[in-house]
Design a protein around this ligand. Structure first.
Ligand SMILES: Cc1cc2nc3c(=O)[nH]c(=O)nc-3n(C[C@H](O)[C@H](O)[C@H](O)COP(=O)(O)OP(=O)(O)OC[C@H]3O[C@@H](n4cnc5c(N)ncnc54)[C@H](O)[C@@H]3O)c2cc1C
Ligand code: SF4
Length: 465
């Protein structure tokens, strides 16, 4: 882990509960930001910029910080990525912009994420707005889902003069930035400030409206010139083993959401917690449980360390937080007493031939059963595909790919008025916030080209306005 990614030293016994849920990485002071910005070589054809999915002009925004133009720096970032404050906090920078920094090889890379956070927080704290709604062009677009993809698409369209309504089934918009990313990585306020910025661009956000239930796609199609579908994914799937209905068994996403929406001292957690899964959500659940005060947190994963889907830096973070790992282990039954979980029966696994995912298939080791005692079990084995909503789209000719909505490179579906983006189209590759933001931009550019004839190069430059 790069030096500047070392979190604030965490000594639970020295911190209050609220302090344990503060942002892990402290903000840069003005002095530190300028010092860090001055390390940048301002490369021509900067590789960091190519590695950023939203193509932020990184050398320019860093140079502006170095010369004291923090406002201008924030503008440069937001021109390419309206969710710049969220991305500054959640992007896996080690495998994106910072991973490609030319200083990586010899010394530590430039702390691009933290500099981006410094500039975007400055603009947000001062209430600075850089963009306004474009001249109305008479076209209406409905966005289904108010996560990063939907907000990005809505904001870019509003800049071009489209009348945009985002329909969001939850009480607040922001998607997983609001409800799913752990609070010590992104506080709810950061996500809601971005939602406010999009609303101030003239986008209408109708919270508490679920498309498919409160309104139909037929109604949206009749009333709008285009629809952008950005519904994300669903909850954690069932493990399909006995005991899942016991008290003390939790859905990982619900658990994270609780810590973002409820008072921390009201959240119930176990002393001995097992987390099933080894992706980034599982790591989040495990580290939250530790920070809430769980004495022992064990992550259980059926493959080995080499196959775990979490980023390596997330794994290192969990280890530092005192989380232990049980690899090559598969839960087969959740054990209960008086209706409450008190352990999980597991079997040992071995790795066989590669399966369809290219990873070696785990196979049971005979007669290897054992019990891991626990009083809380968190399921964090991924997210289900939103099959219900997708099935409502099939009558319109929408095709799917591995259960995700199928789109072309311009984020168009098979229906000329329906576009899609974000996690609900990500049949290949990593699902991430910055990719969802870029999907929103691409779809906005495609709609502008199709509906008002904005030539693609211009449409793609929409974010530079
Ligand atoms: C626990 C967790 C941690 C993560 N951590 C990171 C991280 O550190 N870094 C990173 O880059 N990515 C992370 N991700 C992934 C990232 O959050 C997603 O890739 C990103 O949020 C996808 O954006 P989206 O807009 O496609 O979907 P979402 O953020 O899921 O938003 C979809 C929205 O659509 C709404 N919706 C769904 N159906 C309907 C309907 N029928 N009608 C109306 N509204 C509807 C939902 O309520 C939701 O608000 C994490 C994901 C999880 C689950
Ligand atoms: S948006 Fe993410 S990948 Fe792009 S420069 Fe910012 S932190 Fe790096």
């Amino acid at each position: 882990m790069a030096e500047h990614y070392k979190p604030t030293k965490y000594k639970a016994w020295e911190l209050t509960l609220e302090e344990r849920f503060q942002e892990v990485y402290p903000p840069f002071s003005q002095r530190d930001a300028v010092l860090e910005a001055n390390r940048c070589l301002y490369c021509h054809d900067a590789p960091c910029m190519v590695a950023c999915p939203t193509g932020i002009d990184i050398p320019t925004f860093i140079r502006k910080i170095a010369t004291g133009n923090v406002k201008g720096s924030a503008k440069t970032i937001l021109e390419s990525n309206l969710m710049g404050a969220t991305c500054a906090r959640v992007c896996p920078v080690q495998v994106l912009c910072e991973g490609d920094c030319v200083l990586h090889a010899d010394e530590k890379p430039i702390a691009i994420g933290r500099l981006q956070r410094y500039a975007t927080d400055y603009a947000n704290e001062k209430g600075i707005r850089f963009f306004k709604a474009g001249q109305p062009n008479g076209k209406k677009v409905a966005v289904v889902g108010g996560g990063p993809a939907g907000l990005s698409c809505g904001g870019e369209l509003a800049k071009l003069g489209f009348a945009v309504t985002i329909y969001e089934k939850k009480v607040w918009a922001g998607g997983l930035s609001t409800y799913g990313i752990v609070v010590f990585r992104e506080p709810v306020e950061v996500s809601l400030a971005e939602v406010k910025m999009i609303e101030e661009l003239g986008v209408t956000i109708r919270n508490g409206i679920e498309i498919g239930k409160d309104l139909t796609f037929e109604e949206l199609l009749a009333e709008n010139d285009a629809i952008f579908v950005s519904i994300g994914l669903g909850n954690v799937p069932e493990m399909e083993i006995p005991g899942e209905d016991l008290d003390g068994v939790h859905d990982g996403l619900d658990f994270v959401e609780e810590t973002k929406t409820e008072a921390l001292n009201t959240i119930k957690f176990g002393k001995r917690v097992c987390v099933v899964g080894a992706g980034n959500t599982a790591i989040d659940c495990a580290t939250i449980a530790r920070r809430l005060g769980a004495e022992r947190v064990t992550m259980i994963y059926r493959r080995s360390e080499a196959e775990m889907p979490a980023y390596h830096f997330e794994y290192e973070f969990a280890l530092k937080e005192g989380v232990s790992f049980m690899f090559l282990t598969q839960p087969v039954e959740i054990l209960g007493k008086d209706g409450k979980v008190h352990g999980v029966k597991c079997v040992r696994m071995d790795l066989g031939q590669p399966d369809a995912s290219g990873r070696r298939r785990p196979v049971h080791v005979p007669d290897s059963e054992f019990v891991v005692p626990c009083d809380m079990l968190i399921k964090a084995i991924g997210q289900v595909k939103p099959e219900g909503v997708i099935s409502m789209l099939t009558p319109f000719g929408i095709e799917t790919e591995k259960g995700y909505i199928k789109v072309d490179e311009h984020n168009r579906t098979a229906h000329s008025k329906i576009f899609a983006g974000g996690d609900c189209i990500r049949s290949h590759g990593e699902a991430s916030t910055v990719m969802a933001v870029q999907d929103g931009k691409i779809a906005a550019a495609s709609m502008a080209e199709q509906l008002v004839g904005v030539a693609r190069p211009l449409a793609e430059a929409v974010s530079k306005r």
